[in-house]
Design a protein around this ligand. Structure first.
Ligand SMILES: *[C@@H]1O[C@H](CO)[C@@H](O)[C@H](O)[C@H]1NC(C)=O
Length: 283
């Protein structure tokens, strides 16, 4: 009896593990970089950049809402001039987009985590952060919770940014266009580090960023149909579809914004002399 229980519970554990960490080979295609992007054993993906080219990948699935987690370990050492972008994006000239961009730096100087939200082709909603750890020393989890109420950017479970649905104020919200996950590592030394003052040092190339533990609890759209449509049980728990920030998370969000936010478009009065965008009232 105890042997049976043991076997059963290890089976359940195994099944859960497989669900939690998807096989990169089934989820993503390396889309550019001529061999500089690699999937290793299905559970690790690496992108690299040298003087000739960067590299990138995208998801096979298109998503319309989701709780999407990925662990990243960024380019170590002197990463000045490099940008690792990890984002969701739809297609067309009125596209929607949810961005994480990691701007590299000289050894020992902090990366900047740059975030933005585009709806119907319009962005200009930047918030930037330092991190409370060295993002090159180990893997950390970067998450996007995207549901009809809001978009929450989190780092290791701590929300750093909330973009609320402000449709009632006339601000379009991404909710009709399915998006793919994209990531790329490229050279942006004309603007990335200290506004472009510090250039990429190619003697450190190739630069490499790594990805693991991809987990998407999401609505997948295929042939115009959503996997979430008309059911609350497909794929299990969909509490995230209506999830809001509880008090603990709101406190964490305030902590991150107070201590680590270095730029917020909603307080850049020089940029918006005619008044801030309407959604800034909600923040
Ligand atoms: C790089 O380090 C400098 C000096 O500490 C800092 O001002 C800057 O914000 C850092 N990050 C980037 C991406 O420039």
């Amino acid at each position: 009896m105890s042997t049976f229980n043991y076997t059963l519970s290890s089976f359940v554990l195994l099944a859960t593990t497989l669900l939690v960490s998807a096989d990169f080979n089934n989820e993503f295609d390396i889309t550019w970089g001529d061999g500089r992007g690699k999937i290793v054993n299905g559970d690790l993906l690496t992108l690299s950049l040298d003087k000739t080219s960067g590299s990138g990948f995208e998801s096979r699935n298109e998503y319309l809402f989701g709780q999407i987690d990925m662990q990243l370990k960024l380019v170590p050492g002197n990463s000045a001039g490099t940008v690792t972008a990890y984002y969701l994006s739809s297609k067309g000239s009125n596209w929607d987009e949810i961005d994480f961009e990691f701007l590299g730096n000289l050894s020992g100087d902090p990366y900047i985590l740059h975030t933005n939200v585009f709806s119907q082709g319009k962005g200009n909603r930047e918030q930037q952060f330092y991190l409370w750890f060295d993002p090159t020393a180990d893997f950390h989890t970067y998450s996007i919770l995207w549901n009809p109420k809001h978009i929450i950017f989190s780092v290791d479970g701590t929300p750093i940014r909330e973009f609320k649905n402000a449709e009632s104020m006339g601000v379009p919200f991404p909710k009709n266009q399915p998006m793919r996950i994209h990531s790329s590592l490229w050279n942006a030394d004309d603007w990335a580090t200290r506004g472009g003052l510090v250039k990429t040092d190619w003697s450190n190339a190739p630069f490499t960023a790594s990805y693991r533990n991809f987990k998407a609890n999401a609505c997948v759209v295929a042939s115009g149909k959503s996997s979430c449509a008309g059911s609350t049980s497909s794929g299990g728990n969909q509490a995230w579809l209506s999830e809001e920030l509880d008090n603990t998370k709101q406190e964490r969000l305030r902590w991150a914004q107070k201590n680590y936010m270095i730029y917020n478009y909603c307080s850049d009065s020089k940029r918006f002399p005619q008044g801030f965008p309407p959604e800034c009232k909600l923040a």
